[in-house]
Design a protein around this ligand. Structure first.
Ligand SMILES: Cc1cc2nc3c(=O)[nH]c(=O)nc-3n(C[C@H](O)[C@H](O)[C@H](O)COP(=O)(O)OP(=O)(O)OC[C@H]3O[C@@H](n4cnc5c(N)ncnc54)[C@H](O)[C@@H]3O)c2cc1C
Length: 455
């Protein structure tokens, strides 16, 4: 691929579900595809909680993009973080790790950069309450969770020991519910017999949410079943309750009567709300595109930015008809964007509007228990769990990861074995941002042979 190539250039920002499916669908098209991603791997976010709680390894849920595209002869992968758009010249600007700039020209641009955790205007909570969006988040959570049990074991003050063994989760959507269930399971099963001074089963798990019930999006019947299952597991539900403050000691929550209570907790995890990354603001500024309340880009029926048929926004970052931020939307919009580009380049300028086919959703609660909603069907318990298992095996990226996950689950579900519990005692979640410019980095550098990703 060189600058003189007559083939249209397609730049895809993000190798998540949206970007991956778009790039795959362009594999045999007469276009040159560049996938630029700040992390360099495709992450299976729906199983992050299993990595955080020690069932699956990082490698089982994250696959190098370079490996995924090694047989795509028209596709290259760039490890860099996109930060700006020149829509007149059709160039996106990215930073390599270390801060140096890379400019990527395009004929078609697909923006699939996903969303970030939202602290609803309280970003100061973030250092005390990690969210769960990236591999770094999952590993930081793993360290905090297992580190809390370790610290409790040698803590002499009973009050402090109780605090260390209290885990507070903010947000009772699928991620909060999945984590809450896992924490009680590892406390009551996996860690049994491993400690001498503490009983891990004493660990309290508190789940806070402003709504009526956990998993409210699954409808009242399944939400009630989820609440019942969680309570049986020992999760303490605090519904109709808003968390108003988080600090190193725990959190303060306000109930529906306006009464504020401090809950001492050694670990607070944030699983509520999403917001668009700064990249969306840059795109909105460059194109004049409207954004929704979470900062996501509002797109037209063909998923393009108004006035810019060459720029498509897909997946979590796109706002269209209140479609949910789920993997299926990202995959279907990725496929649509690729097919639209193929049609355009084939001389067919008309594109049918995007239509989402809702295939349903599933959430794991605990071993043998999940809730599933497919069309008019709602079911829970073991049938739900088997469906959950089937969906996740089918969609996990890479056949080796599928086989690995099945073997790992067989041990984890039958014998409570969690093999992936290693964590670093150094502050892995406090490392310098690799994309922050360094003293020696040059800005304004254009992409050339010397600007291959490194760092
Ligand atoms: C914990 C968790 C559990 C979930 N569970 C489920 C579930 O059970 N079922 C379900 O359907 N959905 C689930 N989801 C949602 C689902 O994972 C998302 O809807 C899906 O990943 C969105 O895909 P995407 O391609 O839009 O974005 P993402 O998958 O988030 O990918 C975005 C990519 O863009 C890259 N990127 C971001 N910014 C930049 C930049 N500036 N420059 C370059 N690259 C960038 C990132 O590194 C990433 O690889 C879950 C999400 C989370 C976080």
């Amino acid at each position: 691929m060189d600058a003189m190539s007559p083939r249209p250039k397609v730049v895809i920002i993000g190798g998540g579900f949206g970007g991956l499916f778009a790039a795959r669908a362009l594999r045999r098209s007469p276009v040159d595809v560049t996938v630029v991603d700040r992390a360099g791997h495709h992450l299976f976010q729906p199983l992050l909680y299993q990595c955080a709680t020690g069932i699956l390894s990082e490698g089982q849920i994250a696959v190098p993009l370079r490996a995924l595209f090694k047989h795509h002869r028209n596709t290259e992968v760039i490890l860099a973080e996109v930060f700006d758009f020149d829509v007149e010249r059709r160039i996106v600007s990215a930073r390599r790790p270390g801060g140096e700039r890379v400019d990527l020209p395009y004929d078609h641009l697909i923006v699939a950069a996903g969303v970030h955790q939202s602290y609803f205007g309280h970003d100061e909570f973030a250092p005390f309450a990690p969210g769960m969006k990236s591999l770094a988040d999952a590993l930081a959570i793993r360290r905090r969770v297992y580190g809390a049990f370790e610290q409790a074991e040698t803590e002499r003050d009973p009050d402090e020991r109780r605090r260390l063994l209290t885990f507070a989760l903010v947000g009772a959507g699928p991620t909060g519910v999945e984590l809450a269930g896992q924490l009680r399971e590892l406390a009551t099963h996996t860690l049994t017999s491993e400690f001498r001074a503490i009983d891990p089963a004493d660990a309290r798990v508190l789940l806070f949410d402003g709504g009526d019930a956990p998993l409210a999006a699954f409808g009242p019947k399944l939400a009630a079943k989820a609440a019942h299952t969680l309570e049986k597991l020992g999760v303490e539900l605090h519904m109709h309750t808003l968390v108003t403050h988080v600090d190193a000691e725990g959190l303060i929550a306000r109930d529906q009567d306006g009464i504020e209570t401090r809950h001492r907790a050694g670990t607070v995890l944030w699983t509520a709300g999403v917001q668009a990354p700064a990249l969306a603001q840059s795109l909105a500024k460059a194109t004049g595109a409207p954004c929704d309340r979470a900062g996501r880009i509002r797109v037209g029926p063909d998923l393009t930015v108004p006035g810019h048929p060459e720029i498509t926004v897909i997946g979590d970052l796109m706002s269209l008809d209140k479609l949910p931020g789920v993997a299926e939307v990202a995959m279907q919009t990725g496929l649509y964007a690729a097919h639209r580009i193929r049609r355009l380049d084939g001389g067919n300028a008309t594109a049918k509007p995007f239509r989402y086919r809702d295939l349903g959703s599933a959430a794991y609660i605990s071993r043998g228990k999940a809730v599933v909603s497919v069309g008019p069907l709602r079911f829970a318990g073991l049938p739900g769990w088997l469906t959950w298992l089937f969906i996740h095996i089918a969609f996990l990226t890479g056949y080796r990861n599928r086989v690995g996950a099945v073997l790992t689950w067989a041990l984890a579900f039958s014998r409570d074995v969690r093999r992936e519990r290693a964590f670093l005692t150094t502050g892995i979640d406090r490392r310098r941002d690799p994309y922050a410019p360094t003293a020696g980095s040059r800005s304004g550098e254009s992409r050339g042979p010397a600007s291959a990703p490194g760092g």
